[in-house]
Design a protein around this ligand. Structure first.
Ligand SMILES: [Zn+2]
Length: 306
């Protein structure tokens, strides 16, 4: 009897530990602890990195927003790594492509990322008035790290609020990405500085209007599940999917407001593949309707199946 009580106590305390400190600190090796925020841990490959205070400020506000919505006080760490050292820490290229890890870490670019400079090279394809629009939102030098680091950091933080509840198992990858886009929209709209929202919105809308992704190989949600890593390697194809998810997320947020974030996370928890077996598409559609609302399916309706 006594040994079983001790066992229960050990189990309870170990569960508590996972929840209160789930950060995988093995990833921080070789990084400086910056201590730039009281809301979360900050690490960098440089001792005195420049131009990250704005990113940290946005993440602090986003944390307050997500904590309130998801009723959490999430602990996490933000790692800033430059192009040269990216591959040591990241699980995928290109350098500067934000990513999050089960284990409470977000990885963001430092300095001018390869990700942003690649896209800045395509700006020659934009018209004079489009360039003026971009300059209005991104400054005269059109710094696209403001989207790829600052804007997408909100997306990566959203994945942590997902992973803290459901590990990194996913019933559908596209639902997970749509969730992060939805959170990104909600958080950006609620920042005290609305420029992050306009940067993500204007830039992605221009990409869609000008079809700058080119003729992408994969276009269906089924492709996204079956060829996810190929699509990630084909960076433009992955970006194409993300802009489609962004458009849907924006519509969902316009229709349902902030409540849809919590409902969406509850859906992801309910279909956690560790708890339930694989769910067929028709059953999944019923669950989406049940958790998100009647019109959600119409909004999500994917029109790239042919
Ligand atoms: Zn994502």
């Amino acid at each position: 009897m006594r040994s079983s009580i001790i066992l229960i106590l050990i189990l309870v305390s170990s569960c508590k530990q996972v929840k209160s400190d789930w950060i995988d600190r093995s990833l921080h090796e070789g990084l400086y602890n910056l201590d730039y925020s009281e809301s979360f841990e900050t690490y960098s490959i440089n001792k005195n990195p420049k131009n990250i205070k704005n990113t940290i400020g946005n993440l602090e506000e986003a944390k307050l927003y997500y904590d309130a919505i998801f009723k959490e006080d999430l602990i996490f760490a933000v790692l800033f790594v430059d192009n040269q050292n990216w591959d040591k820490y990241a699980y995928a290229p290109p350098p500067g492509m934000p990513q999050s890890f089960y284990g409470g870490n977000i990885l963001l670019g430092l300095g001018k990322s390869v990700m942003a400079s690649r896209w800045e090279q395509t700006l020659s394809q934009f018209s004079g008035s489009e360039i003026d629009t971009l300059k209005f939102h991104f400054g005269d030098s059109i710094d696209l790290d403001l989207f790829f680091r600052d804007g997408l950091s909100l997306h990566e933080l959203a994945h942590l609020y997902q992973f803290v509840k459901i590990d990194d198992g996913m019933q559908r990858r596209w639902l997970s990405e749509l969730f992060a886009n939805l959170c990104q929209v909600g958080a950006a709209k609620n920042l005290s500085n609305n420029s992050v929202y306009y940067q993500m919105d204007v830039f992605q809308q221009l990409l869609i209007d000008k079809e700058l992704w080119g003729d992408v190989q994969y276009r269906t949600l089924q492709d996204f599940e079956e060829h996810y890593f190929d699509i990630m390697k084909l960076g433009r194809n992955y970006g194409w999917y993300q802009t489609q998810f962004y458009v849907i997320a924006k519509q969902l947020h316009e229709k349902y407001g902030d409540d849809v974030l919590q409902n969406f996370r509850n859906l992801l928890i309910a279909i956690d593949p560790k708890k339930v077996s694989e769910i067929e598409d028709d059953k999944l559609e019923l669950l989406i309707e049940q958790y998100l609302g009647k019109e959600a399916l119409n909004i999500i309706n994917w029109d790239h199946d042919s």
